[in-house]
Design a binder for this molecule. Sequence first.
Ligand SMILES: [Zn+2]
Length: 109
Amino acid sequence: MANTWITDMTHFLNEEGYIVLESGPGLKFTEFLTAIISMISHPPPLPEEFKVRCRRRPQRKPCNGIIKGEEDPETEDLIWWCPECGDNGTISNWQDTIWDLSDAWGAVH
Ligand SMILES: [Zn+2]
């Protein structure tokens, strides 16, 4: 039942780096991805409000999973997954988007 979402942030953003979509499920999904970018790039410890809840509703019940994620050291893509339902994906071209917080703490991509 779990899906794998291969995403590239350049597909979601305009030339200024903002989300292209203004409404609808596509925007919700894009906001989910940008929240994951901030979560993974945030310097530890991670504040509670930066944790990302799973957005899936298996059998119409909200999944209680908290998304986990990390940067793939080889591809530099972000890898994320829900430990509860198994929903998972990768995010490429996330570096230097406005949700990338890693510059604030001098991390090297
Ligand atoms: Zn889940």
